[in-house]
Design a protein around this ligand. Structure first.
Ligand code: PGA
Length: 271
């Protein structure tokens, strides 16, 4: 058997942040389905997956659009951008696992740097959300990454592995061991998010290799590790050449269906 080029497949996840309401999501997904149907990529290769992480009000419409388009089914998932670790309660403005499940969502992003920097998310609360959601059967994309100051202080490894270690300790304390089949890590250097500054493939690979080593040490070797931070259709192929980059978490370049399609096609070529 030849060795797989991408043993963990490729995942292209679009983080729409606070963009695209139900109408825009429906239009986006219809355009994507039509574009896929008119190219030979109508059926994506085995191992290629995609996801859109939408605002809360958009989730149902996005799910509905996927249902309407057979070309999107089975490989394009719809996910939430955040969810609380408690199943219910007095947490104004929050979403929970059971609420998401009720409308058919089984994927969530946790610990994004914008949640950490702008909304008070900490290593502790991100760890709680991650372990609780995994325990509830969700697939979770868990974000880690260093700031520019931490990189300049040569504290990248310490920061990123520290974030993982902290979350892992939270899971142990909650007696919610991680399930590697549902865990996805996203390495997102904070200095590269929305800035147009992408980590070079060399910089990305260096940190991805560290994360992979850490995961293997915990018996979580099958966990994919995505790169995020100003990924574009132009730089994605170079990043995917890195052996430990298993896909991308993409903000700005995921907002237009044509650009998202290019990212998916690049992912397909890398497999
Ligand atoms: P960006 O965002 O691609 O716009 O840099 C990535 C992210 O925040 O997940």
């Amino acid at each position: 058997m030849p060795k797989l080029v991408k043993p963990r497949g490729v995942l292209v996840a679009g983080n729409w942040k606070m963009n695209h309401g139900p109408k825009a999501a429906h239009a986006f997904l219809s355009e994507l389905a039509q574009a896929l149907a008119s190219t030979h990529s109508a059926k994506p290769p085995a191992g290629l997956r995609a996801a859109v992480l939408t605002p809360a009000v958009t989730l149902s419409a996005a799910l509905q659009a996927v249902q309407e388009h057979p070309t999107l089914q089975g490989w394009l998932q719809v996910g939430a951008q955040n969810a609380h670790h408690e199943p219910s309660g007095a947490y104004t403005g929050e979403l929970s696992g059971p609420l998401l499940r009720e409308i058919g969502i089984g994927l969530a992003l946790v610990g994004h740097s914008e949640r950490r920097q702008l909304f008070g998310e900490t290593d502790e609360t991100a760890g709680q959300r991650l372990s609780s959601l995994l325990h509830q059967g969700f697939q979770v994309i868990f974000c880690v990454g260093e700031t520019l100051g931490q990189r300049q202080a040569k504290a990248t490894a310490k920061t990123v592995l520290g974030q993982l270690e902290w979350a892992h300790r939270v899971a142990a304390a909650r007696r919610e061991p991680w399930d590697a089949s549902r865990l996805i890590i996203a390495y997102e250097p904070v200095w590269a998010i929305g800035t147009g500054l992408t980590a070079t493939p060399g910089q990305a690979q260096e940190v991805h290799a560290l994360i992979r080593g850490w995961l293997e040490g915990k018996g979580l070797g099958q966990t994919p590790v995505l790169y995020g931070g100003s990924v574009t259709p132009e730089n994605f192929a170079g990043l995917l050449e890195c052996p430990d980059v298993d896909g991308g978490l993409v903000g700005g370049a995921s907002l237009k269906s044509a650009s998202f399609l290019k990212l998916i096609e690049t992912g397909a070529q890398a497999i």
